[in-house]
Design a protein around this ligand. Structure first.
Ligand SMILES: [Zn+2]
Length: 254
């Protein structure tokens, strides 16, 4: 009798484990939706192999589990979460273990804002920013710029990519256009020189194929050229082969 009870318990246990395992294997609805939204909106994801698509989805999900996205006077929709996470992961996809340890929260604003973080008053021309001081570990993105970033994927402008490039630059302690985690020692000085020379050339011209905002300083140059590299790699390669090769080296992983 005792033997029978033990056998019954073991069988019940095995059935439970089997069912539980199957339940775990079944993709969650959110994951199905994630892949669909990525497929519809993110060219970087569309171009990946099936295995890499899965890796990308997992990293997007992981990002969203760890970073809070808060709407300030605006609703946060699934598409907002996906666009933010996809931009973040695109830049670090070649580095399987990388996470944004210097970010806790992304604040989504209803529109552009001014230096006082106001979306209603004064001159409001800021599309996004990486916070400092009391805003440390926070990023602000305006919802319209978030959507504009992915409504045209070839105009060379992408606020999400721009702000995450700043965050990568900032990870070594200094937002100075020199992302030390992306560059090996021998490349540091050539990259700094390349920035200086290109900014000098941009300032000497009334028009540049690189967004003139990049000539503001070295940090903005790095963010702007990263947008260009992600959205128009072929054009960047044609116009600035040295910059293209250096960025490929940086974002391509080791
Ligand atoms: Zn910037």
């Amino acid at each position: 009798m005792v033997g029978l009870v033990i056998v019954a318990l073991v069988v019940a246990g095995l059935i439970y484990l089997f069912l539980d395992n199957n339940r775990r294997k079944k993709p969650k609805p959110i994951l199905l939706k994630t892949s669909q939204l990525l497929e519809e909106n993110i060219p970087f994801y569309v171009a990946l192999s099936p295995e890499n698509k899965l890796l990308f989805e997992n990293r997007v999900t992981n990002f969203l589990e760890n970073i809070t996205i808060t709407g300030v006077d605006v609703a946060v929709e699934d598409i907002d979460r996906i666009l933010i996470a996809a931009g973040a992961i695109t830049l670090i996809f070649a580095f399987p273990d990388w996470k944004y340890n210097n970010l806790s929260e992304v604040l989504l604003y209803k529109g552009t804002f001014n230096q006082e973080y106001d979306t209603d008053k004064g001159e409001r021309n800021i599309l996004g920013m990486v916070g400092d001081g009391v805003m440390n570990r926070k990023m602000i993105l305006s919802k319209p710029s978030l959507h504009a970033s992915y409504s045209s994927n070839t105009d060379g402008h992408n606020t999400v990519i721009h702000e995450f490039a700043h965050l990568i630059d900032k990870a070594d302690g200094l937002t100075d256009g020199i992302p030390e985690y992306l560059l090996t020692q021998p490349h540091l000085i050539p990259w700094a020189n390349e920035i200086k020379e290109t900014i000098k050339t941009m300032k000497g011209k009334s028009h540049s194929d690189i967004n003139q905002y990049g000539a503001t300083n070295d940090a903005e140059f790095f963010a702007v050229i990263t947008e260009y590299f992600i959205e128009r790699p072929e054009k960047l390669k044609d116009h600035h082969p040295e910059l293209y090769e250096m960025l490929k080296e940086m974002y391509g992983g080791k």
